[in-house]
Design a protein around this ligand. Structure first.
Ligand SMILES: CC(C)(COP(=O)(O)OP(=O)(O)OC[C@H]1O[C@@H](n2cnc3c(N)ncnc32)[C@H](O)[C@@H]1OP(=O)(O)O)[C@@H](O)C(=O)NCCC(=O)NCCS
Length: 167
């Protein structure tokens, strides 16, 4: 199955509970409250994307424009159901949000990744290469200092600035 058979669209509030279920089956992602998922699908719909196959939610990117940094799109979570993995869907979803007119001012993508999440490192490394943009890594939230030992260190990945588009 190619990812192009999957439809991408802006989320709506009615996606909230399906998003909760999708994240739950996409380990190692942390689940959020269903209320948080509803906000991601409504208040943050312009900076997120839902991927559906036969009206079922199979992929989702949640994110927002960073408060006080209008040129940074912060990607909160990327989730692709096991049935839709390995066909370029995650990368396609990220690129589709970046190409929206509403994100024209965005010059950087930021996200966080734990050290052992190979798929996520591969995804964002591949995206940086495709976008022809530099990628930097630093510690954002540290295991002991910030999580009191309850969660692995989250590394901040910053991709950008994006090169000017060839229009
Ligand atoms: C990570 C995840 C979103 C990738 O989704 P996907 O649609 O299969 O990814 P894509 O097909 O777009 O792959 C993009 C790149 O990452 C690579 N990649 C994807 N999964 C990989 C894996 N498990 N191991 C190694 N590389 C992987 C692909 O080979 C591809 O590289 P390329 O462009 O150089 O060919 C999906 O596996 C997932 O939801 N995992 C659980 C949740 C999670 O960890 N999310 C990311 C943190 S926010």
């Amino acid at each position: 199955m190619g990812s192009e058979t999957i439809e991408l669209r802006k989320p709506v509030a009615e996606d909230g509970m399906a998003l909760f279920d999708l994240v739950e089956r996409c380990q190692p992602l942390d689940t959020n409250s269903s209320y948080c998922n509803l906000l991601q699908c409504s208040h943050f719909a312009d900076t997120g994307v839902a991927a559906t196959l036969a009206n079922q939610l199979v992929g989702f990117v949640s994110g927002y424009i960073k408060p006080n940094e209008a040129d940074v799109w912060f990607v909160w979570q990327v989730a692709v159901g096991a049935e839709a993995r390995g066909c370029g869907l995650a990368k396609r979803m990220l690129q589709s949000v970046l190409s929206r007119p509403a994100l024209q001012q965005v010059q950087y993508l930021e996200t966080t990744i734990t050290p052992d999440n190979e798929a996520s490192w591969a995804l964002f490394t591949s995206l940086a290469k495709t976008l022809n943009a530099p990628m930097e890594k630093s510690v954002l939230f540290e295991q002991q200092q910030h999580f009191k030992g309850r969660h692995k260190t989250e590394y901040l990945v910053r991709i950008g600035p994006f090169p000017p588009s060839a229009e």
